[in-house]
Write a protein that binds this ligand. Structure first.
Ligand code: PAF
Length: 282
């Protein structure tokens, strides 16, 4: 695996591949790699000649300094993992290499997608994500980029950014990868205490029940039921739960025919914020 910290060297290496008509698959990450990331990389490998993974903990997408400080950084073991699955190229730049002196986000308009859910609770988060993903796309110029559906809102926002900016890259959303007990894989899971790790599968168990109820109960009934469940359980603190239209991400008050819905949840397990979602059938 070739490792680049410098965008100029990476660009000239990729230019050579492009000149040789090689397709480039790209998996942007913030490191602390897990099976979920590896599944994205495997998908990219199947469909492309060259796979580039980036590891960059992007400061502008954190609204909370403590969260940024505590974000797990495991570069050495990440490199070993990437080598074990024969990843072609790792791009692991410094903050200065990406932002120079000005660590700030570009301001985006994602047609309202950015004001829902995560956008309500993480100020400026999607401007930060848009900024780094656009920058990385400019450097890597991939044919296809791969993102997990755990961050479903992020995925929709990136698709919107690509469309609005006429970027020449295909965006592929990939299914959520879960631990055996159902907890959605996340780099943040390593920060859970033993007690919170044990209770965390409650999130997906509850989402699966929501999916069942969605066939017969109203949105209002489900919302009330879920809030009660979380209050009773006590260890996990519910930040938001919403059933939303998959396209607009707007909260649904009631079900409408011909719309596709998804349930979204954010929960604090102690200090660690976990998100998850599930597709619903009308
Ligand atoms: O999902 C992530 O890990 C990050 O938000 C991303 C897309 C790598 C941008 O920093």
């Amino acid at each position: 695996m070739e490792i680049f910290n410098n965008k100029k060297d990476l660009k000239s290496c990729l230019l050579e591949h492009k000149t040789n008509k090689k397709t480039i698959g790209f998996v942007p990450t913030m490191g602390a790699l897990h099976q979920g990331h590896l599944s994205l990389i495997e998908k990219a490998k199947k469909k492309n000649d060259i796979v580039v993974v980036s590891i960059f903990v992007n400061p502008t997408q954190f609204d909370n300094v403590e969260d940024l400080k505590k974000y797990p950084k495991t570069l050495e073991s990440d490199i070993k993992l990437l080598e074990s699955i024969s990843c072609d190229i790792l791009f692991s730049p410094s903050v200065e290499e990406i932002y120079s002196e000005n660590i700030a986000s570009e301001k985006f308009n994602f047609d309202g997608l950015e004001h829902q859910m995560e956008g309500k609770f993480r100020d400026g988060h999607f401007d930060g994500v848009g900024t780094i993903v656009k920058t990385l796309f400019e450097i890597v110029t991939p044919n296809t980029a791969y993102f997990g559906q755990k961050d479903f809102q992020q995925l929709q926002i990136i698709k919107k950014m690509v469309k609005k900016n006429h970027l020449d890259v295909k965006i592929k959303g990939c299914p959520i990868f879960r631990e055996e007990d159902g907890l959605a894989m996340s780099s943040r899971n390593t920060r859970l205490t033993k007690e919170h790790r044990e209770i965390a599968p409650f999130i997906y168990k509850t989402l699966k029940k929501v999916k069942k109820k969605f066939g017969t109960k109203s949105v209002v009934e489900i919302n009330k039921w879920l809030e009660k469940k979380f209050k009773k359980q006590g260890l996990l603190e519910l930040e938001y739960f919403t059933i939303a239209d998959e396209k607009t991400l707007e909260t649904a008050e009631k079900k409408e025919a011909n719309k596709q819905y998804r349930a979204f949840i954010a929960v604090f397990a102690g200090e660690v914020r976990l998100i998850d979602n599930i597709q619903l059938k009308n």
